[in-house]
Design a protein around this ligand. Structure first.
Ligand SMILES: [Cu+2]
Length: 307
């Protein structure tokens, strides 16, 4: 398991800016935000402030006792109509280009199906034999019973570390098909510039191409009930060779490879059929003290009523 890098792929204490982006699209969007939108906002705000101050001092009752009776000025009316139109066009052109890139994905090298559940995520790898992993938030040391797995710094920050990570290969186009088993969740990883709703009965699609290997954290971003804040997303980006090893360790196969060629000596578990019912909680323990089950029907009901 790779330990996360501080300040990349996770929030920083006191941070106010967008997280460092590790996808090309994310970098483009970040630069659009920082170097264009923020600049425009700042210029407009300063201009309005200056205009306001000028008016306050120049045209108050003391400085200007007899006000002008002017009601029309064609030149200025044309200007205050045209300038906002031009500002909107200057925002729309790069913005629409960016949207088009986000929503017209190149052909995928790998597809991962992401399923939101109250309150954990399941991930399926249909290109790799269809195995499924179940990811629950890791609890803190003082929250677990003796012998159970708890979070360490190698897993990630508090409330963001998960017992299973989505593993994807670096430099490859990865398509995420996103849906839900119960209520609306949202699959979001800030460092990828990715956020998409997980709607029951519908498939949404998003894609990433991450060049930098590492660990990146996200969270469910749609209020989905009592434990909404406790269903983090952890993505580990590895080299293609390491990805193939990981797939084999989960009992999956690489597309095009013969099944026998991918089974290695790490004690591969049998392929998990992608048919774990929604209420069935996490997969069997994979290490000493895996995370306990989270799904509790009573809480489910309470949370649904609360929504
Ligand atoms: Cu959720």
């Amino acid at each position: 398991m790779v330990a996360p890098t501080a300040d990349i792929g996770e929030p920083t204490p006191g941070g106010i800016a967008i997280q460092p982006q590790v996808t090309e699209l994310g970098r483009e969007a970040q630069s659009f935000h920082n170097n264009w939108l923020l600049l425009l906002c700042a210029v407009i705000s300063v201009f309005v402030l200056v205009l306001l101050l000028y008016t306050l001092f120049k045209f108050n009752r003391k400085a200007n006792p007899t006000p002008s009776r002017t009601s029309h000025n064609t030149a200025i009316e044309v200007i205050w109509t045209l300038v906002p139109v031009l500002i909107l066009v200057a925002i729309a052109i790069p913005s629409i280009g960016l949207l088009r890139k986000q929503y017209s994905p190149p052909p995928a090298d790998l597809t991962v199906k992401v399923i939101g559940n109250q309150w954990y995520w399941t991930y399926q790898y249909p290109d790799n034999g269809g195995f499924e992993i179940v990811a629950n938030m890791l609890k803190e040391k003082d929250q677990v019973k003796a012998g159970e797995r708890y979070r360490t710094d190698a897993d990630g920050p508090k409330l963001l570390a998960a017992d299973e990570r989505i593993v994807i290969p670096a430099g490859k186009i990865v398509k995420f098909i996103v849906t839900s088993n119960d209520v609306i969740h949202s699959f979001a990883v800030p460092a990828f510039w990715t956020k998409i709703d997980a709607n029951p009965g519908r498939l949404n699609e998003t894609w990433v191409k991450v060049d930098r290997p590492g660990v990146y954290f996200g969270q469910c971003s749609e209020l989905c009930g009592a434990r909404h804040g406790f269903m983090p997303i952890a993505v580990q980006v590895v080299s293609p060779a390491e990805f193939a090893q990981w797939v084999a360790s989960k009992g999956g196969t690489m597309p095009g490879a013969r099944p026998a060629a991918t089974s290695d000596s790490t004690g591969a578990s049998p392929v998990t059929p992608a048919a774990i019912p929604a209420a069935a909680a996490p997969q069997p323990a994979t290490g000493p003290g895996a995370a306990p089950a989270v799904a509790q029907p009573a809480i489910n009901q309470a949370a649904t009523a609360q929504n």
